[in-house]
Ligand binder design. Structure first.
Ligand code: NAP
Length: 489
């Protein structure tokens, strides 16, 4: 992709075919699937629609390339990613426009995601040369232990539509660094960012077959045979908990190693002693990043009685003032949701809460225009038994519930099957640490409304997932530990 700023230019510049064994080629049956702009509901372009047979060819290519890639010098694996990082950063504007067109988020946020995505390549370029091992004396003093770490093998990577590039690099980075080949399948709704990314990896010198990309309207039909085939030794999935459960079952048959980054239902707790300015800023970020369509989105606000009215008033003022529109327009903060189903889900959750006694302070409705827009919404007096307190909203809706004691806040926050991230605002250090330890979550935003960082371990507990992406542990998900017992004579 060259430095073109036009919408059609960035779409035209992306490969629309499958990328298998280092070659672009159409789906075997010649089928294509449409990619829509969610802000206009117009078709942007068509991309290849892979069949199960195409999928098997992609797996064949990954398997064929595995042995050589595992032997490829770690420094060179890292340098390919470093070059990819540089290329991505030199094309931030074009890649951001492409992302906004297919996913809807405002351009400023797309630029942020592109940079965040690139950062995973920079981070794992550095980690590729730090895969450690060990040598130890056995307890009996006679034997020796050699600990060797090897790539887990060909990997299947499945990513969602909400962060079309970063969820890909968060998997490809460690896979490439560890010496694993892969077949990656982006969501059918947002394939273009991934297709652009694989073009960049090839340009940066990635050998044929190391990364293979499948776009398909039949994700289950194409991926299940690959999972059940048994040659892929790893499945790394980011998406909903429901699909994750299904994939775990499929992996059980051949005992495929899994990493699961699943849904969230983040509580955002504000104590009376919090810096309220900071809490409001954090709330806006945790709620509206990605139009609320983030696994890390604050889903439930629990605010202590002494500040709940002021918090609700100030949050309402801020939420009501956010400009809604197409993500390509200047100043827009609230782009469209991904599709009609998303609008229907948000509408159902808000209606359910209102019927149970919640009060709508602002918003509470969609926008009567083309595109899937929903107004930023604040609800108060939201009962704990309402659906919105237990289900992912995935939209710009902030439900507020009051609490009196620390124990009550923790109990309400933990009253969910999910455990991805929790946000906590307090100026009391003892309370901050006590509550952080008591919250059932893989990540805590302590006086901070965003936790994502390529240098930190991202992941959840309970039904939010298994494993961690990013940080120094991210590469472990793609490595096996081999122990060599050495007998000395
Ligand atoms: P999704 O419906 O579970 O889809 C995720 C991916 O799985 C897509 O590529 C989808 O492809 C594919 N897929 C769907 N059914 C499949 C099947 N039977 N077999 C194989 N692949 C299948 O989730 P989503 O709606 O795209 O994404 C939103 C969800 O992702 C939310 O729950 C969010 O919390 C979660 N998420 C979690 C994290 C995290 O790090 N924990 C990060 C981002 C998002 P198609 O769409 O093309 O069918």
């Amino acid at each position: 992709m060259n430095a073109t700023a036009s919408e059609s230019g960035v779409v035209d510049a992306v490969g629309k075919d499958l990328f298998i064994g280092g070659k672009w080629r159409p789906a075997a049956e010649g089928k294509t699937l449409p990619v829509y702009d969610p802000s206009t509901e117009q078709v942007l372009c068509e991309v290849a629609d892979a069949s199960p047979a195409d999928g098997m060819e992609a797996l064949d290519a990954a398997v064929a390339a595995q042995a050589a890639w595992a032997q490829h010098p770690p420094r060179e694996r890292g340098e390919i990613m470093r070059r990819s990082y540089e290329i991505i950063m030199s094309r931030v504007d074009d890649l951001a426009l492409l992302m906004t067109l297919e996913m809807g988020k405002p351009l400023a946020e797309s630029r942020g995601e592109v940079a965040y995505a690139a950062e995973f390549f920079r981070w794992f370029a550095e980690e590729a040369v730090r895969i450690d091992g060990g040598y130890a004396v056995a307890p009996n003093g006679k034997g020796r232990f050699l600990i060797h770490r090897q790539p887990v093998g060909p990997s299947l990577l499945i990513t969602p539509w909400n962060f079309p590039m970063a969820m890909g690099t968060r998997k490809l980075g460690p896979a490439i660094a560890a010496g694993c080949t892969s077949v990656i399948k982006p969501a059918a709704q947002t394939p273009l960012s991934m297709l652009a990314l694989v073009g960049i990896l090839a340009e940066a010198g990635l050998p044929d077959g190391v990364v293979n990309v499948l776009t398909t309207s039949n994700s289950g039909g194409v991926m299940e045979p690959l999972i059940r085939d048994g040659r892929a030794r790893k499945l790394s999935f980011t998406g909903s908990t429901g699909v994750g459960r299904k994939l775990l079952e499929q992996c059980a048959e051949k005992v495929v190693n899994t990493s699961m980054e699943l849904g969230g239902n983040a509580p955002f707790i504000v104590f009376d002693d919090a810096d309220l300015d900071a809490a409001i800023e954090g709330a806006m970020l945790a709620k509206l990043r990605n139009i609320g369509e983030a696994c890390t989105a604050a889903n439930r606000f629990y605010v202590q009685r002494g500040v709940v009215d002021e918090f609700a008033r100030r949050l309402t003022e801020r939420m009501a003032a956010q400009p809604i529109g197409r993500g390509t327009e200047d100043g827009v903060v609230i782009g469209p949701l991904i599709d009609n189903a998303a609008i229907e889900k948000v509408t159902t959750l808000v209606t359910d809460a209102a019927e149970r006694g919640a009060k709508v302070l602002t918003g509470g409705a969609g926008v009567d225009a083309p595109g899937h827009f929903y107004r930023p919404t604040v609800l108060t007096n939201v009962p704990q038994d309402s659906r919105i307190a237990h289900e992912e909203i995935f939209g710009p809706v902030a439900p507020i519930n009051v609490f009196d004691t620390e124990d009550e806040a923790v109990a309400k926050a933990n009253d969910t099957e999910y455990g991805l991230v929790s946000y906590l605002y307090t100026s009391d250090l003892n309370r901050a640490l006590r509550v952080s330890e008591a919250l059932e979550a893989g990540m805590i935003g302590l006086n901070q409304g965003i936790v994502s960082n390529p240098a930190a371990p991202f992941g959840g507990v309970k039904h939010s997932g298994i494993g961690r992406e990013g940080g120094t542990v991210g590469i472990d998900e793609f490595l096996e530990t081999k122990y060599i017992a050495i007998g000395l004579t």
